[in-house]
Design a protein around this ligand. Structure first.
Ligand code: HEM
Length: 140
C-alpha cells in the first residue's frame, strides 16, 4: 500500500465542504458496527464531532511536515491512554473513517485513494498506539 499525499489532499478537498456531517457519519458507522465502544464516549457527541473534524483537518494540512504530524499524533495518542481506547480499537475506527470519507468524496474516491488513506491510517495507528503505550503506567 502506498501513501500518495496528492490523493489524500484532493479527496479531502472533496470531503471538506461537508464539514462535521462527515464526523457525524463516522461515529454513526462506528457505533453501529462496534456498539461496544459507545460507552467510552460522552452521550452528546457534537463537541467530539468538532474535535475529530479539526484533528483530521490539522493532519491533512500538515501532511508534508512529518515532524509536526508526528508531534500532533504523539500528543493525541498520549491523551487516548486516558480515554479507554485500546490498540485493538484502531482497525474499527480506521474502517469507519474510510467509510465516511468514501461516502462524502463521491467521484474523488478511487481504489488508489482508499489505499493512500489506509496507508496513512496505518502510520497514524503506529504513532498513536506507541504514544498510548508510553503514557500508560508500566505493569510491574
Ligand atoms: C485516527 C485515530 C484517531 C484520531 C485522529 C482521534 C481523535 C480524537 C480527538 C481529536 C479527540 C478529542 C480529545 C483530544 O484531542 O485528546 C478524541 C477523543 C476521544 N477518542 Fe479518539 N481519535 C482516534 C482514535 C481513537 C480510537 C481508536 C478510539 C477507541 C475507541 C478513540 C476514542 C476516543 C475517546 C473515548 C475520546 C474521548 C471522548 C470524550 O471525551 O467523551 N479514538 N479523539
Amino acid at each position: 500500500m502506498t501513501l500518495n499525499p496528492a490523493l489524500i489532499t484532493s479527496s479531502y478537498a472533496a470531503v471538506e465542504p461537508h464539514g462535521t456531517a462527515v464526523t457525524k457519519y463516522f461515529y454513526a458507522h462506528l457505533f453501529a458496527h462496534h456498539p461496544g465502544v459507545r460507552p467510552l464516549f460522552a452521550q452528546h457527541m457534537e463537541e467530539q464531532e468538532d474535535r475529530l473534524w479539526n484533528a483530521l483537518g490539522g493532519l491533512v494540512a500538515n501532511l508534508e511536515d512529518t515532524g509536526t504530524v508526528v508531534r500532533i499524533l504523539q500528543g493525541l495518542g498520549a491523551r487516548h491512554a486516558g480515554y479507554g481506547a485500546l490498540p485493538e480499537h484502531f482497525p474499527a475506527v480506521g474502517a469507519s473513517l474510510i467509510a465516511a470519507l468514501a461516502h462524502f468524496a463521491g467521484d474523488a474516491w478511487t481504489p488508489e485513494t482508499e489505499a493512500s488513506w489506509a496507508a496513512l491510517y496505518e502510520t497514524v495507528t503506529a504513532v498513536m498506539t506507541d504514544a498510548m503505550a508510553a503514557a500508560e503506567p508500566k505493569a510491574s
